[in-house]
Design a protein around this ligand. Sequence first.
Ligand code: SF4
Length: 236
Amino acid sequence: MTLDEFAEEAPRFTARHLRAGSDTCSLRLHREIRQRKGGARNYGSSRSFDVERRLLTDIATAHSELGVPDRAAFPTPTDLSAEEQRVYQAAMIGYLTVFPEPFVVAPLDDEWESIDPELGYRWVGPVTLPGLDSEGRARVRLAAVTSRSIQLDEAAHALIALRTESLGELVYIDRAALIDADRLEPIVIDAEVRAQARTWAVERAERLLAIGDDARPRMGRDCMGCPYVAQCPVYR
Ligand code: SF4
């Protein structure tokens, strides 16, 4: 089996999966963690996410070399609506305000997932703006337009700890809500924190695999946004 084939077979876990309770639908869980293909998204993309994605792409480009970008690195995105442009501009100014230190982006091998070296599980979730500061320390700038994505619960914390291992043993997570120009104290991920995160995530993952092995539908709140609703036996 090639590494690519192995990766396709390996179960995948997002932060949403790691948060799932024992009452989660086994069929949806089974398909999401074991059979990624075959579902259909039944919800549209959010425009606020589009603005955030655009800004993060422009920030990453502006940090292709070590330094502090100026406003000229962020031309007005004229393909966005007037309101989206205002959000973009406000968040961009917030970024330049809260992150005045030099930084260079150092992309991860895979933007979306890492494979656990021992178990082969795939830990899935984006790591925004991984890179190095002027002293060569590994950092992640977890920048979001609002504070929504910078409050790390146990699942999000575990995933970022696992996903940043390739950056170095010691990684600083700098979090900021850009519209409010609000930067939080950094989170430090070291070998001990990462080991604790892995223990927690592996325990959750194994429990979820056991729940998913049942592969039976369970009508409930998981049906909201379920990509498999069209094929689900309880809705036929
Ligand atoms: S539609 Fe509901 S019951 Fe069917 S697989 Fe999805 S979550 Fe489970």
